[in-house]
Design a protein around this ligand. Structure first.
Ligand code: SAM
Ligand code: SF4
Length: 463
């Protein structure tokens, strides 16, 4: 059943699969995974079958396939960003969120442009090059003007050799005209999570405010893409409904965008519900997702949509994050604060509690010690390689040809300008080792030249 209330999410099909499916056996899982390893994605039915797997051994097999796909397509790069929360005012009442309007336990605050500048200076001084601008939905009529001014302020900041080179944004859905203004302000990805695709759960979690309109929220990406924003980021807040329902519905969303615009989402975010001040549900999630199922979710998404980036935030602990990298995560936040002003001071209310409290440099040292390459690259977006053009690039081998060199040069900038001594030594070793993985002699030589130029003071070199 798809109907006006549930938009293009076919609830009866998903509920039918959940009610009637038995778990797959080993041979069925192996057959699906051999198809997945061709790295062209798998069918909706194949994903549904993997979701029904409950046997630990079979889940391990899915994780091994995901690891192979992740390594083959993305190599060992991990893109880093920081969220920048600018306002925790909100007129919605999402039961899981500390920012919801009826929560009196937090101090409310909207940053001035000067405060946004100060926060950005702090992030740039740590070495960040990408931010995710985040706010509640409480700014009323002025919301879009305020967000556009905030984007201008952030792009305007320069500290030493550093600046923010890509701003992604996670704010309430807009009409097409509003999205056109965000596009003109040069945002990277527009990000919005459906939270839960399960209609009845959605209605229970969002009882009042504009967000209570399921279809308006669901169709935000259609409007963003219609406005010319090529890169959109979707997501589920895991813990609200059966994760198997959520993944099937999320993939229906992906297929809907592919069918309508020729390209699916640029990224998928997979937050798990974390305790938030003044929210009972966040402490007792109705469908809590344990670590085993969380690994399964990441692995199944990686084999199902191999070219879509997957984002993990500091909601997760350092241990879970390390495991998640090997299963398919390609972007992570680091050194995050979820309260407006949190990088400069610590007064106003945070949105939820974090699992990883380490600084950016500590995260980078850890990533490098595990042989991953932290990347601050913003090359594709600045060269217009977005949407379908990016997806063409993201074929096996090509990421290694473009993204790896850019990861190495942006990591080198970080090591020159911001790293602690130990981090610098570990990072230089990673760069030396990874140069060998650039598949073209010519590109490798050019990258070595760029690395030398960065040592002698040049910045922002990319392919
Ligand atoms: N207000 C906009 C919205 O709701 O789409 C954007 C900002 S909201 C602060 C960003 C995301 O935080 C939400 O989409 C939700 O998934 C996530 N979030 C809210 N409460 C959370 C919690 N208790 N634990 C983990 N993530 C949470
Ligand atoms: Fe507001 Fe977003 Fe939090 Fe809901 S999730 S209360 S819309 S900030």
């Amino acid at each position: 059943m798809t109907n006006a209330a549930t938009g293009f999410i076919d609830h009866s099909r998903i509920l039918g699969v959940l009610e009637n499916s038995c778990p797959p056996d080993k041979s069925e899982v192996e057959e699906i995974l051999s198809h997945a390893l061709e790295m062209k994605g798998i069918s909706a039915v194949e994903t549904e079958r993997l979701l029904m797997a409950e046997d630990d051994e079979l889940i391990d097999e899915i994780c091994r396939a995901a690891h192979r796909i992740k390594t083959e397509i993305y190599g060992r790069r991990l893109v880093l960003f920081a969220p920048l929360y600018v306002s925790n005012l909100c007129r919605n009442d999402c039961l899981y969120c500390a920012f919801r309007k009826t929560n009196t336990a937090i101090t409310r605050r909207t940053l001035t442009q000067d405060e946004i500048r100060r926060e950005t200076e702090n992030l740039v001084s740590q070495g960040h090059k990408r931010v995710l601008l985040v706010s509640g939905e409480g700014l009323g009529e002025d919301a879009l003007d305020y967000s556009v001014r905030a984007i201008e302020t952030i792009y305007d900041v320069k500290v030493g050799n550093g600046e923010i080179r890509r701003i992604n944004i996670n704010i309430a859905p807009l009409p097409v005209e509003g999205f056109r203004r965000l596009k003109a302000a040069k945002i990277g990805t527009y990000q919005l999570f459906q939270e839960t695709y399960h209609y009845d759960t959605y209605k229970k979690m969002h009882r009042s405010g504009p967000k209570s309109d399921y279809v308006n929220h669901l169709t935000a990406m259609d409007r963003a893409m219609e406005a010319g924003i090529d890169d959109v980021g979707v997501g589920v807040l895991f813990g609200l409904a059966d994760y198997r329902f959520e993944i099937m519905a999320l993939l229906q969303h992906v297929r809907h965008l592919e069918a309508s615009f020729g390209v699916g989402p640029h990224t998928i975010s997979i937050p798990r519900l974390e305790p938030a001040e003044g929210s009972d549900i966040s402490r007792n999630p109705p469908f809590a997702v344990g670590d085993r199922d969380f690994r399964k979710i990441i692995a199944i998404l990686r084999v199902s949509v191999p070219y879509t980036g997957m984002i993990l935030s500091t909601r997760e602990t350092a241990e879970m994050r390390r495991e998640a990298f090997s299963l398919g995560i390609s972007q992570i936040s680091a050194g995050s604060r979820t309260n407006p002003g949190g990088y400069s001071e610590n007064h106003s209310g945070a949105q939820f509690s974090l699992g990883d409290h380490r600084s950016l440099d500590e995260v980078i040292a850890d990533i490098a010690a595990h042989g991953y390459v932290p990347s601050f690259c913003t090359g594709c977006y600045r060269l217009g390689r977005t949407g379908a053009d990016f997806m063409d690039l993201a074929k096996p081998g090509l990421i290694q040809l473009y993204c790896l060199p850019n990861a190495l040069t942006t990591f080198k900038e970080y090591l020159e300008d911001y790293a602690a001594l130990d981090t610098k030594a570990a990072g230089e070793a990673v760069i030396r080792a990874q140069l060998a993985n650039i598949p073209s002699d010519e590109v490798r030589k050019k990258t070595i030249r760029n690395l030398k130029e960065i040592e002698s003071g040049k910045r922002d070199l990319y392919l």
